[in-house]
Design a protein around this ligand. Structure first.
Ligand code: IVH
Length: 670
């Protein structure tokens, strides 16, 4: 349909006007018209675009209402990594920061741009030829999630840039947040609608931005504030402050509360001023950020690992409050770990109302000696989990009893056990405990365990929640009509699942042993156990000493096998599985080889040139073994970068630790 010239002109005018009013409202903080006038322009434009769909350009403000829901977010690679900032809490650290930088640059005094540290979510916006192309979350710094559809709904984000900013591609960085008064209003609304309230503006912003349906995001009052650029043509700028001024000029909201300060005294004065004004600011902040203002000096200072050397975040101290411990409960996690949790008289601290705080584990409890009825100090900083710092003994009621973990699991009644070398106490009813049920079933069904194709998280959730399945043995009595009624389960996939279950009945002893999910028994230990004993009954009968005679089984592994098999609840499930016709070929026990010269290796961390699989293949090709955990019987631990507990354990046990190169040499010799 041909578009009449007046309609085209009118639409262009409305689009420009609306963009300009967005700028006045969000960038200049000086609304030019009333909300009603704004809405009426918006409706007029929407009506024109409805009549003449060709008028609807990608940068039309009517496109901000949100498109179609997504299945999930795709991941995107950031053109330049999104870094983090080093933190400081004390004045002394700021003094040291200033001195370090002056020494490096060999100057007497430095100018810094000081800004609020917004308590929201880091976002990167990419523009190509002046048009918003993509918006992404920070993610791990290198890759984030593509949330363009959602970011387009924020009126404070320009969909197109003026011509002077359109010649080069650029990436603008900043924070998405919710103003506090908008947050209060949203919660009032949520409450009235019977929906879940948000704990603080940051969580509300995060929850709103990670919606798969952009129409939901469009209704949430999110804002964007820019604090810098990722990639951009900044050759004509010599300071960070002038980049921020320019960002404001081309339509991005930037912090009003920023200033150029000199030296440590300047930074600390800014900090005190912001701390004093913090409660009156429209948005939540958790500190301030200082950045060396001159860009050439920023470049000269560069980066250390994941943070710039030229900037630092000066954080406000964690807030503390006093409250009372009403009860101490014990939670059982997905892996059976028992965690004591203090139920607290609700107290407002660090921007949220705190009602619970973890007491971590038994040792921590004993060290802090927190008791029911105690008055305690609760601390919370930024987005960190609230913690109980200490009990105020002067307020302890007479007769308050020290807390001890129960001997049996509060979820299933199985024995609670704690090994000397571990801080965590665990429920031993791995196969029966409702708290561990989903995890146990997923592990049982896993590809390297019973390999039940199609039994993923979604189905397991439903099977458990509907009460159809309580233990792995229950899987084998499922009927087609029970599976077919599950959500999003077509009859065909239900039938497929039954076939997969049927097929899994015929397995091997090593898969079965691995599938039980015995703590410390990984695939390779399961293989060694199966080979050594050849039959399940012989394994069940083996005491710790016999278990320890198995290759790579040390006292820790032997004990956890015994603990698992000694729990009657687990034995019942194992028996039920055999009655359900889960079967394997039993063999004679493996003869003990004399003069076995093969060595046992444990791999940990990332090796420079080999994947885990390649390293394992190289070792096994020479007739050696790769075990999953370190014991006294381990001959070598091969450690790469970011090696963790296994490396520590190797050192503790005096097991030789080698790198990739030594591994190659060793294999060549043997
Ligand atoms: S600059 C190269 N400025 O703090 C450093 N970050 O730890 C890039 N943040 O998640 C960050 N306010 O989103 C910078 N005025 C500000 C900030 C700020 C908040 C966040 C940022 C990032 C974290 C860095």
């Amino acid at each position: 349909m041909a578009i009449p010239a007046p309609a085209r002109t009118r639409a262009e005018l409305l689009r420009r006007e609306i963009a300009e009013h967005n700028r006045r409202y969000y960038v200049l903080d000086e609304p030019g018209i009333s909300d009603a006038e704004y809405d009426s322009m918006f409706r007029e434009l929407a009506e024109l675009e409805r009549q003449y769909p060709a008028l609807c350009t990608p940068d039309s403000p009517t496109r901000r209402v949100g498109g179609e829901p997504l299945e999930g977010f795709e991941t995107v690679q950031h053109a330049a990594p999104m870094l983090s900032l080093n933190n400081a809490f004390e004045d002394e650290e700021i003094r040291a920061f200033d001195k370090r930088l002056r020494d490096t640059l060999d100057v007497d005094s430095l100018e810094y741009e000081a800004e609020p540290k917004f308590d929201g979510l880091a976002i990167s916006l990419s523009y190509r030829s002046g048009a918003l192309l993509r918006g992404a979350t920070r993610g791990d710094g290198s890759t984030g999630e593509n949330v363009t559809q959602n970011l387009r709904t924020l009126r404070s984000i320009p969909l197109s840039l003026p011509p002077e900013a359109s010649r080069h591609d650029m990436e603008v960085r900043g924070e998405v947040l919710m103003y506090r008064r908008d947050f209060e209003r949203l919660n009032t609304h949520q409450r009235a609608a019977g929906e879940k309230e948000f704990v603080n503006p940051r969580n509300a912003a995060a929850g709103s931005l990670r919606q798969l349906d952009p129409r939901v995001t469009a209704r949430r009052p999110l804002r964007f504030i820019a604090y810098g650029v990722g990639t951009a043509d900044t050759t004509r700028f010599s300071t960070h402050a002038s980049i921020l001024d320019w960002l404001a000029q081309i339509g991005f909201p930037v912090a009003r509360d920023r200033s150029i300060v000199t030296g440590c005294d300047g930074m600390l004065a800014f900090f005190r001023n912001m701390a004093e004004r913090r409660e009156r600011l429209p948005y939540a902040i958790d500190g301030v950020v200082y950045k060396v203002n001159r860009l050439d000096w920023q470049r000269a200072l560069g980066f250390v690992s994941r943070a710039p050397r030229f900037a630092i975040a000066h954080k406000f101290p964690a807030e503390q409050a006093l409250t009372e411990v009403l009860a101490i409960d014990v939670q059982v996690g997905r892996t059976g770990a028992l965690t004591p949790v203090a139920r607290l008289k609700p107290v407002f601290v660090g921007g949220v109302t705190v009602t619970n705080a973890t007491l971590h584990n038994e040792d921590e409890m004993r060290r802090k000696d927190i008791r029911v009825g105690d008055t305690v100090v609760v601390r919370r900083a930024g987005d960190v989990i609230p913690e109980v710092v200490a009990a105020r003994l002067e307020f302890r009621p007479a007769g308050a009893l020290a807390f001890a973990l129960p001997g049996t699991c509060p979820a299933c009644g199985s024995a609670v056990l704690r090994n000397e070398d571990e801080a965590v106490a665990r429920c031993s009813g791995g196969l029966v405990c409702p708290a561990q049920r989903k995890q146990a079933l997923l592990h049982f069904a896993g590809r390297r365990a019973m390999d039940i194709d199609g039994l993923g998280e979604r189905i397991v959730d439903q099977l458990v929640e509907s009460g159809l399945v309580r233990t792995p043995a229950d899987l084998y009595s499922l009927r087609l009509e029970q599976i077919a009624v599950l959500e999003r389960m077509a009859k065909k996939s239900a039938a497929k699942l039954l076939v997969a279950l049927e097929r899994s009945r015929s397995t091997t002893l090593e898969r079965f042993v691995f599938a039980l999910g015995i703590r410390n028994v990984g695939e390779s230990t399961a293989r060694d156990l199966a080979r050594h004993f050849g039959s399940l009954d012989r394994l069940i009968e083996a005491d710790e000493a016999v278990l320890e005679s198995v290759r790579d089984v040390g006292p820790v592994v032997a004990r956890s096998i015994r603990q698992f098999l000694d729990e009657p609840h687990n034995r019942t499930v194992v028996q039920a599985l055999r009655l359900a016709d889960v079967r394997w070929e039993e063999r004679a026990p493996a003869p003990v080889l004399a003069g076995d010269t093969s060595k046992s290796f444990v791999l940990t961390g990332a090796l420079p040139n080999l994947t885990r699989e390649q390293a394992r293949a190289m070792i096994e090709a020479k007739g050696h073994r790769v075990a999953g955990s370190v014991s006294k019987k381990t001959d070598y631990v091969v450690a790469g970068e970011e090696a963790g507990d296994k490396l520590e354990r190797a050192r503790a046990l005096g097991v030789p630790v080698i790198d990739e190169e030594s591994l190659r040499n060793l294999l060549e010799e043997n």
